[in-house]
Design a protein. Structure first.
Ligand SMILES: [Zn+2]
Length: 159
């Protein structure tokens, strides 16, 4: 069965954070207070934010927060599969339901900026296969698809 549920909605963030903490513990890495907060900020903002927006939120809570604070935290989160850089819109994405073992594709609405992740193990497998045949070593494979979400399409129809 193909799941089409929206991954960022209806998530118990506390439980999700506990899972992220456990994951880091199992890898013997530290999810520091700042790293944790950056992850939480992304989750609380529909799972997608620009680094600058993260900094703005963080600065309100901690006057000593600097761009480098945010970038370092993001680097850590990306390195450990807790967040992803969405190159095409220069933003950072994280969804508690997505982990490193889950292969997914991003659907990016160009009208409202909403990003949804859909699990696509088959598509990722065939990409791996083609890459293998070409002798290409894939290090990152977040597929970014652009378009308009259901709500935004309905808006256009109404006008
Ligand atoms: Zn939209």
């Amino acid at each position: 069965m193909r799941t089409t549920e929206r991954l960022i909605d209806n998530i118990d963030l506390e439980q999700a954070m506990a899972k992220a903490v456990d994951l880091c513990k199992s890898k013997n890495i530290r999810l520091t207070k700042t790293r944790k907060r950056v992850l939480e900020i992304i989750w609380q903002n529909q799972g997608i934010l620009k680094a600058y927006d993260i900094l703005e939120i963080l600065e309100k809570e901690d006057k000593s927060a600097k761009p480098i604070t945010v970038y370092r935290a993001l680097d850590f989160l990306i390195e450990n599969g807790l967040a992803y850089k969405v190159e095409s819109i220069n933003s950072f994405f994280s969804c508690p339901k997505i982990d490193q073992t889950c292969e997914f594709q991003l659907l990016i609405c160009d009208k409202c900026g909403k990003v949804e992740a859909v699990p696509t193990p088959e598509a990722c497998r065939s990409l791996d296969q083609y890459a293998n045949e070409l002798g290409f070593k894939v290090t990152s494979k977040v597929i970014e698809a652009h378009g308009a979400c259901k709500e935004c399409q309905n808006c256009t129809v109404g006008k």
